[in-house]
Design a protein. Structure first.
Length: 290
């Protein structure tokens, strides 16, 4: 099984002189679910944006970054064909990035835009098959009943699951989630993380998620990468994360209770397993799927 993400000697220095990433070398295999942890300003979001090809790194000859075997950037220059490369990368933002005035299903259908000709993208013209696929994706994340509501009427947790459904429609081989539960309550956070874990486990999609909540990282992700000052401080199994390492990462004065972080790994309950065919949809959704 080949690497989903390969990063070699990646650095990023902003105009202020701040070194956000410092010679990052990282390989993530296909089908892994990896948590990025670290204090604010450690480089987590910056690293995800580089992986997605949203910003170039420093112009160093040996620097390169590839996703799904396609070059995202090399030597500080975004690779050719980046639009096609990004079509295989789903990005889940902290603030959802949904258009509030549009129906949820229209926001989810936007996952198709990277594959559509320009005229269809501009007109937002989607086929019946694409609409059925969007309904299935919403059903998969548990909010099919909200398909025709305005996105602005959804709760934060529901909006984040709609964003994940958009990545499903996109057929992304890699999903990057940047602080997806930062603004959610504990139960909504659990649902969002369980949804990402289900997609990783069932579909084999590679998931990289940045988190401030270390307990969620240890519970839902088998591998943890810890960043401090733009450098990789730790890269290993979640089971090997120690209180000593976390103190070194966050500092002795952190409010985290390091002794309470020995949480069991996530095991889905029966009701959380994907049973799309067995779920009963509302009548208008049944008609849309016909």
């Amino acid at each position: 099984m080949g690497a989903a993400i390969e990063i070699v000697h990646l650095s990023k220095t902003f105009g202020t002189g701040k070194r956000a990433l410092d010679k990052i070398n990282l390989t993530i295999e296909q089908g892994e679910m990896v948590a990025l942890i670290g204090a604010s300003g450690s480089g987590k979001s910056t690293l995800l944006r580089h992986i997605a090809g949203l910003m170039p790194g420093d112009r160093e000859p040996q620097a390169q970054l590839a996703v799904n075997g396609r070059m995202v950037q090399q030597g500080g220059r975004i690779g050719r064909g980046i639009r096609q490369t990004r079509a295989g990368i789903g990005f889940v933002f902290q603030q959802f990035n949904l258009v509030g005035r549009l129906p949820v299903i229209t926001n989810v259908l936007a996952g198709n835009l990277g594959r559509l000709p320009l005229w269809r993208s501009l007109l937002r013209w989607f086929t019946d098959a694409e609409r059925r696929e969007a309904i299935h994706a919403l059903n998969r994340v548990g909010i099919a009943a909200c398909a025709f509501q305005r996105a602005s009427t959804l709760s934060g947790g529901q909006q984040q699951r709609a964003a994940i459904a958009r990545a499903l429609v996109q057929k992304a081989g890699v999903i990057l989630a940047d602080e997806p539960i930062a603004s959610l309550d504990p139960e909504s956070s659990r649902r969002v993380m369980a949804t990402l874990a289900d997609i990783n486990r069932t579909d084999g999609v590679t998931v990289v998620v940045s988190l401030h909540q270390v307990d969620f990282a240890l519970k839902f992700c088998r591998r943890v990468v810890a960043l401090r000052d733009g450098r990789v401080l730790f890269d290993g199994a979640a089971a090997d994360v120690s209180a000593e390492m976390l103190r070194g990462l966050y500092g002795e004065d952190s409010d985290l209770d390091f002794g309470a972080l020995a949480v069991p790994p996530y095991r889905p309950a029966a009701e959380e397993l994907p049973q799309v065919a067995e779920r009963r949809l509302l009548p208008p959704l049944q008609a849309a799927l016909a």
